[in-house]
Design a protein around this ligand. Sequence first.
Ligand code: AMP
Length: 396
Amino acid sequence: MIHIQDFNFKDRKVLVRVDYNVPLNENFEIEDTTRIDVSLLTINKILEDGGAVILMSHLGRPKGKEAKYSLEHVLPYLQKKVDVKVFFAEDCIGEEAQNLVDALPPRKILLLENVRFHKEEMEGDVEFAKKLASYGDTYVNDAFSAAHREHASTSVIARFFPKNRMFGFLMQKEIDSLNKVLVNPRQPFTAILGGSKISTKIDIINNLLAKVDNIILGGGMNYTMHKALGGNIGASLYEEDMLPIAKEILNKAQDYNVNIYTSSDTVSADKFGNDATRRIYNTANIPDFMEGMDIGPETCVKYRNVILKSDTILWNGPLGVFEFDNFSNGTYMIADAVVKASEQGAFSLVGGGDTISAINKFKLTDKYNYVSTAGGAMLEFCEGRKLPGILSIYDD
Ligand code: AMP
């Protein structure tokens, strides 16, 4: 397999799949530029080597050509961030794109319009992928967050570059970091799983049982576990149809010798709001009219002790309703413990949209070994699935 750092892009026309699916406000201004910022490492390497860069991306889930999903909205910011001229093709295929590609000199960038304006992109259409492939002589996939999709520009296209395909720097780092956690992790290995629903994390738990020493639970899934064990969780969030599965997980954990930690105390509220009346209860004994919103102080101490003794930590999902300041303490205490463990030498990987919002809120984002912005792709990787965007780069 080719590694981007060893490759010389001089005089090459390089198709780079990036993920510029950035949030836009009502004036089509970018609200969070991270995804563009992190793509610059790969782009600059190609430009510095003397190659030309052709950027492909999607934005949103357009039905046909919808102006609000145009990549033209990211053009001004991208142009500001690079030292060279960025051209824009108003359609990713067709005569104009072809002419711009033909005329593109080395050390310049061409941004193609949203590939999802053609339904063939999401269908993984081979002819569409072949057309895009014809624009370049080298393919770089740097869109890890789209790697779980078998789309034309994220996976199918790679087959047209049997000798000249590779991961970009961002995608390589993401894969390396996830492998560090999921393949031969340093023990003790602790996974912290929170968020609202256990149903979305079942496959991850099942895959992790064979790898981890500890699983720490927070959020809604914590209450589903307590309910499955016969506890009274009051009006707390839980999933009725997951109760048998929750029990199954607890049994399996015993077989695998994995400790599953649930909360012993819970910060409860009389309504779902920041201004609710708060009271701390034993999680297995919450009154009917109260709902669990956060892990309690005793649980924080217990969880922190486990985290501080860990050498590898994977964290996905907030431990409580962190969006409300009055119920964010548990998530903060865990976020802080993971930082402290990392400072002591543990390897920490944090991911998922809500978890990133939480660590941003606590201003701790740069204190972890790796923060994955990939969402769905990261979850599928943790579930042990083979992602099409990764498989397509490896040698046959
Ligand atoms: P998920 O998308 O499943 O990762 O869930 C993230 C959401 O779960 C966040 O918006 C949290 O506010 C929410 N959450 C965490 N703990 C609780 C709880 N105890 N009750 C209700 N929602 C929660």
